[in-house]
Write a protein that binds this ligand. Structure first.
Ligand SMILES: *Cc1c(COP(=O)(O)O)cnc(C)c1O
Length: 426
């Protein structure tokens, strides 16, 4: 790990070429890697030596990018996944099994809500969703003896609820479980959850990290801070021999790298949601400019939020950068340099008003995406959250008229002009 600052890490870390090697991270477009003797490769299968043998387990391009993200978050190890969904699934499934339970903020991304509330429930892992704004005493009621993790998003997509990371870390740690934080929207540029007590961080790198809407991807980062052995009875998968891997005990053999090693050699081996090296390469290009882009996204979003906030046809604006926002104080505490480029708001006329307004936008385009260089817009109730009923929508902090507006890095006046003409159409 380097002592460089974040913007230096973004351009310099991960790939460290030796004499005569390519300066730019190469795409190791190879499923497999060659050895000279039977024994050399055998040692890799025994985890006796580290090295590459099959890209489903590890690939040098992917590892370089994972290392860069681990440094950005201040963690000890990281693993890329094929998507943010896979990252969140693996992050939880790595420490939970049938009969276990997790506690999760109700305002998380719709995909995570379904993953935990429906799909993992079918696997025998139950989830209780909690209101992230509740006090500790109320949150504690959701915890059970079989709870294995607490989960939330730094800035919830699309509700834009800013997480009180310290409060959630206290909830998790006082119950002897880790806090998993999805840091997709804040990115390590604006917030590094490990500094406030989070133990595991996940990302949909599809968003700001890639930044150009080119490659779906995810990442899991481990802080190395959670003491699995101190709660060994809760985490037998990490603290007792893995019969599927010659009886290795991950915490004994790998120490602080135990969690990511298990996720790699066991979950990735069996479930296989790997990032393609080509996508990892694109992600790395995106990461190089992440601090520049995030700063511009945030300054543009601040201007757009202020404009919307003063418009008579706008009923409500959610953006923690606004002094009147419910989450302004939390944002000041956890991300004083800015939050993200995503704003949500409601216009006159509820659901119909929203649709009319969106259909009138010209520069801002309707896409199922968020957090890339181009300004885009989405109607959660019609799109990402379409499967939810009105009550679930309310719990997720999404009203039927809510518009999710992802401010890009264009000239801010052009974005505002577009909003102006579309608001006239309502
Ligand atoms: C998009 C998103 C995900 C899912 O990521 P994919 O890369 O689309 O699979 C998870 N969490 C958050 C906060 C997201 O915004």
């Amino acid at each position: 790990m380097s002592d460089y600052r974040l913007d230096t890490i973004c351009v310099q870390s991960g790939w460290h070429p030796k004499k005569g090697e390519p300066r730019v991270l190469p795409i190791y477009q190879s499923t497999t890697f060659k050895y000279d003797t039977v024994d050399q490769m055998g040692k890799l299968f025994d985890l006796e030596e580290s090295g590459y043998f099959y890209t489903r387990l590890q690939n040098p391009t992917n590892d370089a990018v994972a290392e860069k993200i681990a440094e950005l978050e201040g963690g000890v190890a990281a693993m890329l996944t094929s998507s943010g969904q896979a990252a969140n699934f693996y992050a939880v499934f790595n420490i939970c099994e049938k009969g276990d339970h997790v506690v999760c903020s109700s305002t998380v991304y719709g995909g995570t809500f379904n993953l935990l509330g429906v799909t993992m429930e079918k696997m025998g892992i139950e989830c209780t969703f909690v209101n992230p704004d509740d006090d500790l005493e109320t949150l504690q009621k959701a915890m059970r003896p079989n709870t294995k993790a607490v989960m939330a998003e730094t800035i919830a997509n699309p509700a834009l609820v800013v997480l009180d990371i310290g409060k959630f870390a206290e909830l998790a740690h006082s119950n002897g479980v880790p806090l998993i934080v999805d840091n997709t929207f804040a990115t390590p540029v604006n917030c590094r959850p490990f500094e406030f007590g989070a133990d595991i961080v996940t990302h949909s790198t599809t968003k700001y990290m890639d930044g150009h809407a080119m490659a779906v991807g995810g990442c899991i980062v481990d802080s190395g801070n959670f003491d699995w052995d101190a709660h060994a009875e809760k985490y037998p998968g990490l603290t007792t021999p893995d019969e599927s891997y010659h009886g290795v005990t991950y915490t004994k053999k790998f120490g602080k790298a135990a969690y990511i090693t298990k996720a790699t050699v066991q979950l990735m081996r069996d479930l296989g949601s790997i990032a393609s090296p080509q996508n990892a390469f694109l992600l790395n290009v995106g990461l190089e400019t992440l601090p520049l882009r995030v700063e511009k996204h945030c300054s543009n979003a601040q201007k757009v939020a202020e404009y919307l906030n003063s418009h008579e046809k706008v009923v409500k604006v959610n953006y923690a950068g606004l002094p009147g926002d419910k989450y302004h104080a939390l944002a000041q505490k956890y991300m004083p340099n800015g939050t993200c480029g995503v704003i949500s708001f409601e216009v006159d006329g509820g659901r119909e008003g929203a649709i009319r307004f969106m259909d009138s936008l010209k520069l801002a385009q309707i896409v199922t995406h968020v957090a890339d260089a181009r300004t885009c817009v989405l109607h959660p109730a019609s799109h990402t959250h379409r499967q939810m009923n009105d009550e679930q929508l309310r719990e997720a902090g999404v009203s039927p008229g809510l518009i999710r507006f992802s401010v890009g890095i264009e000239n801010p006046q052009d974005i505002i002009d577009d909003l102006e003409q579309a608001l006239k159409a309502i």
